[in-house]
Ligand binder design. Structure first.
Ligand SMILES: Nc1ncnc2c1ncn2[C@@H]1O[C@H](COP(=O)(O)OP(=O)(O)OP(=O)(O)O)[C@@H](O)[C@H]1O
Length: 130
């Protein structure tokens, strides 16, 4: 059951600085507590390293950076949905399962896209290099 703002035990962010602090805390919490997100961060570091190694073009950097952020955003949204579902119910519920599975599916889709883009960008560089 939703409650009124006046009944809540916490206050809304007072200003942009507060909102930014909460967003930063969210990123920090997700990195510390979510193994999958740490994996995606490590993969991003490796891919950025490869980008410098093969001197990829400005357009390739653009696509790569978009893919990296898309995966990180999807993983964090998935985590937020999992947490929200866990707050809503501890019981086995078909709709809870669907919500979590769909959120996980979105991460799988965008990760697959990122892998395909990575292959399209790097395979020509690797072949040209060797
Ligand atoms: N309350 C629930 N009711 C029904 N099924 C659930 C419920 N909670 C979780 N599940 C099922 O268990 C799976 C794993 O849920 P869990 O919350 O442990 O995610 P996870 O394995 O930590 O996911 P991730 O690897 O993305 O962090 C869900 O994808 C869902 O299929």
């Amino acid at each position: 059951m939703l409650m009124d703002y006046k009944d809540r035990k916490y206050k809304r962010s007072k200003n942009y600085a507060d909102s930014f602090k909460h967003a930063y805390t969210g990123i920090k919490t997700a990195v510390i507590e979510e193994r999958n997100l740490r994996f995606h961060f490590c993969a991003a570091v490796v891919v950025i390293g490869l980008g410098f190694f093969y001197s990829i073009t400005r357009t390739e950097w653009l696509v790569l950076v978009l893919c990296i952020f898309a995966v990180l955003v999807a993983e964090m949204t998935n985590t937020a949905i999992e947490r929200a579902v866990d707050v809503a119910t501890e019981r086995f519920m078909e709709e809870a399962k669907k919500a979590k599975d769909i959120a996980a599916g979105s991460v799988l889709l965008v990760s697959t896209c990122a892998v395909v883009v990575g292959l399209i960008i790097f395979i020509p560089h690797i072949l040209h290099f060797s």
